[in-house]
Ligand binder design. Sequence first.
Ligand code: 4AD
Ligand code: MG
Length: 431
Amino acid sequence: MAPHVYIEELARHEGQEVVIKGWLYNKRSSGKLHFLEVRDGTGIVQTVVFHKDVSPEMFAAADRLAQETALEVTGTVRKHPKLPEHEISVRDLRVVAAPTQEYPIGPKDHGTAFLMDHRHLWLRSKLQHAALRVRAEIVAAIRGFFDGRGFTLVDAPIFTPAACEGTTNLFEVGYFDEKAYLTQSGQLYMEAGAMALGKVYCFGPTFRAEKSKTRRHLTEFWMVEPEVAFMDLDGDMDLAEDLIVAVVEQVLGRRRRELETLGRDPGRLEQVKRPFPRITYAEAIAILQQAGKEAKSGDDFGGDEETVISERFDRPVLIHRYPADIKAFYMKRDPEDPRLALCVDVIAPEGYGEIIGGGQREDDLAKVEASIAAHDLPRQAFEWYLDLRRYGTVPHAGFGLGVERTVAWLCGLHHVRETIPFPRMLERLSP
Ligand code: 4AD
Ligand code: MG
């Protein structure tokens, strides 16, 4: 019996007979030949059914196969006559399962709502398949980066008793007789982790009840959050830059074909080299004003502002030292100008928006206590966090990188809904 081989490994089996297990992606015929495009999750291969190689019944049956028929194809691997890939000369075809009805996603154009309703099937399409492979590579690159630098993975909880990133977009859930919130960020727990293990990161889903519909917001998104003891804002910015460079390099090295399928110009990504520009918030405001935007100090940046700023640079730009008033309670203030926070946002090029938010944390007990009060946060829920300032507090810093926006940027996808297998948004909870 011929061995089962995955399509991405076909080149190693040239001249051999193999079995491909997959689904019919596309079909065309020219009298004596049927060309069946078969996909198996690792790629798509053209299989050629020649009327002289198979029985008349099998030849006729091949012509009737419907899109997404599950198949086992046995045949010989050959070089494609025109393309730099391989094809299969079919000797035998076995239908594992014929669709019970017509597959809803055909070659014609479908609207976004229709495709999103059929997300569970849409994942089988070429572009979606490529985007998910790039996403998986990004996740692998992130893990490899931190694991390779001696960070310890510390998983943060999903049910939390308090807000980390402001109270306006919390998802409240019943927790027996109490209220809990789905986590907005694992940061506070990573601060505890950093004091225990030095260099830590968490990587998991985070939740925000985002009521606005934008191309950059999901209600459930994945974030990687490193946190390092004895690190300041400059060290934090270096770490963010190193991470982004490592991720882009790995994707360029291992997922070029997927980028090509997505129509993503790798040249833009090849420019992502150290050093990244670093500008202050005040400089960012000046850029916006020069571009004719109405911007004044104290404004937070939305997608439009981020796009204008990113267009000035060919690689990600780090914006540091925002006014403390528009940032979270845990930020350390700049000793040079206490109105400013020692924070940094990283804005992706080409208008893909903020991919990283982070900074140095306030390490002084009295200042954190005052900030919790000033932000009207429930003190009781933060007592454990204050313990971190009571027992050997040290300067520390970290950040969160949003996976979906990073995928959107690297894949060149306009909307984050195509960057995660099953997106959750204001008006989307299924499938
Ligand atoms: O800037 P944010 O809110 O930072 C934090 O949560 C910090 N506590 C992280 C830390 O320092 N450990 O979020 C970080 C990143 C953003 O830059 C963005 O990439 C992503 O998370 N993000 C979202 N992605 C998709 N949909 C949303 N609704 C997002 N909100 C934030
Ligand atoms: Mg942010």
